[in-house]
Design a protein around this ligand. Structure first.
Ligand code: SF4
Length: 542
């Protein structure tokens, strides 16, 4: 099918400081739009404003020749003056880096807070690339939190701090909110190294040690700031369509949500309901309890079987324990189970093409353990010793790479010409469609990013598919996993998401990239999907 190009619905073109759903911001409309054009000359690309000279010295030691470090002056007065100068200057990206007061009990001196936004209570400046910079700093071994930073007019004590905490801020300073708007439409970052905390207040004996630790962290942050500035630039994002949730994943999540609604927490789920950290964390927050084995489920409780399916032995165990069960196995996985039982009953050796250790494979093999063999490669096929070479059948894990699985199936057919194939494709429609779509964007992209968790088979296969199509490709759980070095010199980023990755993560990735420069979003749609699976009777509304 030919790929169609479209301005991506729901993803307007985005610029630094705007969210992808905030609509396009035309040149000249943004705050301080009169700012100078980006200056890409070496050493001028990045300007870092540090309020006091010890902070400036620490940052300078960290960034070396990567940018210009200015002592911007202490407090709102100095910050406002420096902002005026910045508006007249040419630079590529602006960072504000200094020490700051931590507002929450979980911060300790030396931790870094990367601002998602800075505010003085009147004007708020968004810092959309915060997750990217924070990820880079964490990979450098620093302890980093992301969240709002509040700037105050004078040293913030009791009541001012309490107000900032109530507003959800992580740190307080006296400059950022007045400096950051001077970036205009250029990338802006605010990094505050925590020097004092609620337990170690500014005027305590521990304050000096806290300040020194903060300065060490500022210095250590320098190389990451350089990489952040080097990654700045205008880009195109090519969205692969379809991407993200499939019908089986939507059904599995809905089953847990309905049970939470109908029975209230806790709702026990055997294994991760789908292989995605965001989905699991969200359901956990709402009262789902994920267990590895049924032994962890209290007697008489209800347990959900995940989308990947379970073996008959697990079902029997649940029956023996008197647990009530709700089956969220994807109907397309259940179809493979049925085929396994059928072939085994007819006396075939059933070769299952799949990956060892995956829950779906364990569940399917459990249907007829004595009559089934896992084959991962053509070499495994050569090692097969069926009792009757004329009675060999094969099945596939639903989330394999289509081309790789076909290679193993070809080896099976070659060695056992009478081999029976599944009645219809085992690799599911969602896997096939997402691979076809990522192949289409990989052909046009300098870099492909796939949203998905490391244990998601179909997401990992999307990365491999893009790589086989010739593009550098990486799996990321979210924007914080994007290594800024990947983006240097990249003008087109292909973006897909595995069948278990929430659509919202795609939006977060685009928003973060837009924090590095204007982003034009297009979509390549290779096919559309309308499949829905009905819910099991246990959770259907009456
Ligand atoms: S990826 Fe395919 S088999 Fe897996 S849950 Fe989605 S539709 Fe079902």
């Amino acid at each position: 099918m030919t790929a169609q190009s479209a301005g991506a619905e729901g993803f307007p073109q985005v610029r630094p400081g705007t969210e992808p759903d905030a609509g396009a911001v035309a040149p000249g409309e943004g705050p301080d739009a009169a700012g100078a054009q980006p200056d890409t000359r070496p050493g001028r690309r990045l300007v870092v404003c540090a309020p006091l000279w010890p902070e400036a010295r620490a940052v300078r030691a960290g960034i070396g020749d990567g940018g210009e470090v200015r002592v911007s002056g202490y407090g709102p007065g100095g910050a406002r003056k420096q902002a005026g100068r910045l508006r007249r200057d040419a630079f590529g990206a602006l960072a504000v880096a200094g020490t700051g007061g931590g507002l929450t009990d979980d911060l300790t001196p030396g931790d870094l807070v990367v601002a998602t936004e800075v505010t003085d209570g009147t004007t708020t400046t968004a810092c959309p690339s915060a997750a990217l910079l924070a990820g880079e700093l964490r990979r450098a071994g620093l302890t980093v939190r992301t969240g709002p930073v509040v700037s105050v007019e004078r040293l913030a004590g009791g009541r001012a701090r309490a107000r900032a905490v109530d507003a959800g801020a992580l740190a307080v300073d006296m400059e950022s909110a007045w400096l950051a708007p001077a970036a205009g439409e250029r990338p802006v970052a605010v990094v505050r190294a925590i020097s004092d905390t609620p337990q170690r207040p500014l005027r305590s004996p521990a304050a000096l040690a806290g300040g020194l630790r903060a300065l060490r962290s500022l210095r250590a942050a320098g190389p990451a700031l350089n990489r952040w500035a080097a990654a700045a630039g205008q880009r195109r994002v090519l969205l692969a369509g379809p991407r993200s949730f499939c019908a089986g994943v939507e059904r599995a999540i809905e089953i847990v949500e309905k049970l939470l609604e109908q029975q209230g927490p806790p709702v026990y789920v055997r294994k991760q309901i789908v292989h995605n950290t965001h989905v699991v964390a969200d359901l956990e927050r709402r009262g789902a309890v994920f267990v590895d084995e049924l032994g962890e489920v209290p007697d008489g409780a209800c347990v959900v079987f995940s989308a990947h399916g379970v073996s008959p032995a697990v079902r029997a165990d649940a029956g023996r324990r008197g647990l009530s069960t709700v089956d969220a196995t994807c109907p397309l996985v259940s179809k493979v189970h049925v085929e396994a039982r059928r072939f085994a009953a007819e006396g075939y050796l059933v070769a299952l093409i799949g990956h060892a250790g995956h829950e779906e494979v364990e569940g399917t093999l459990g249907e007829a353990p004595e009559a089934m063999a896992l084959v991962e490669t053509a070499e495994d096929v050569a090692r097969l010793r069926p009792p009757d070479p004329a009675k060999v059948a094969y099945l596939m894990q639903t989330t394999l790479a289509v081309d790789e699985a076909e290679e193993v199936a070809g080896a099976l057919r070659e060695r056992f010409p009478a081999a029976r194939a599944p009645g219809s494709d085992d690799i599911c429609y969602a896997t096939t469609n997402r691979q076809q779509a990522v192949r289409a964007v990989a052909a046009e992209s300098d870099l492909v990013l796939v949203a998905g968790s490391a244990n998601s088979s179909n997401s990992v296969r999307l990365v491999e598919t893009a790589q086989r199509a010739g593009a550098p490709a990486h799996l990321i759980d979210g924007p914080a996993d994007i290594e800024l070095g990947w983006l240097a010199g990249v003008s087109t980023v292909g973006l897909s998401a595995g069948a278990s990755a929430p659509p919202a993560v795609v939006g977060e990735i685009i928003a973060a990239l837009a924090g590095l420069g204007p982003v034009e979003v297009n979509e390549r749609v290779t096919t559309t999907e309308s499949i829905r699976f009905s819910l099991p009777k246990e959770v259907r509304s009456p």
